[in-house]
Design a protein around this ligand. Sequence first.
Ligand SMILES: [Zn+2]
Length: 317
Amino acid sequence: MAKNRIGIDVGGTNVKLALVNENGQIVYSNSVPTRAEMGYEFTVNNIKQAIYELLKETKLEAKDIQGIGFGFPGQVDYKAGIVRNAPNIPGWVEVPIAKLIEDEFHIPTRVDNDVRCAALGELNYGAGKGCENMVCITVGTGIGSGLIINGKLVRGASNAAGEIGHIKLQMHDGPICGCGDTGCFEAFASGPSIVAMAEEYIKGGKSTKYREMANGTAITPFIVCEAAKAGDPVAQRIFTIMGEYLGVGLSSVVNLLNPEKIIIGGGVADAGEILMRPLVETLRKRAMKIAGSAVEVVPAQLGNTAGVIGASLLIES
Ligand SMILES: [Zn+2]
């Protein structure tokens, strides 16, 4: 019988569900609001209803589903099936999501960090196909990663491996990071740091296109990116600096792991060449020669479906 699995990607705003077949194709998808402010029980009930609807619409029964996988943006205990905490989804602290779903549907359920799920998706069906050693990073509000070593996802001793966003780029001081420390990689190179740089330039009296484009509203990484693509030299400079920071941070990752590929996804990565060119140039210059010249840096291929496709693969990973 065909191996159908359900992948569920839980975000701060929406929960995406998909029925994924044995070829990694999405055959049915749906989404429900997270509404974290209503408490985690509310979200879990929404998810249960959405799974019932999926079964009804696809005319499948629980026994036809090989497994259910969840991706969460936060600290997850894969072995115990528990979400330890998810900073962007208030109330999700020590939630035994795997048991809650298994008790309802009697389908094996696994849960892991969302970037690790994306890495599994890219490894099996996206930009990482055929790789033995690769790093999948997402650059957005922070920098997350999923590490594949010798074909296997690396979780570490306490399920906390892959936090490359907190590699230190500066000994003392430096920008304050969401983790509470200073000088972390993601405090230099992420969506908020693009906005911070953009605002600094405005304060410094630079005339910029992104200021006009924002037109009194808040500056976002997207606006700065659009301005850079439209030829604004200040916005282009910001993305060059971002690319250089990413290249320096990733040179440590390359020296440590010697991956074949680094796959880059997340909102900031949509900037494309204006970010990738300085990133790759810096990486080749700053990493050790053998590892630095071997690594290929490529954009993620699965886009926002990587999370559900990857989550569906947890059942055998
Ligand atoms: Zn940090």
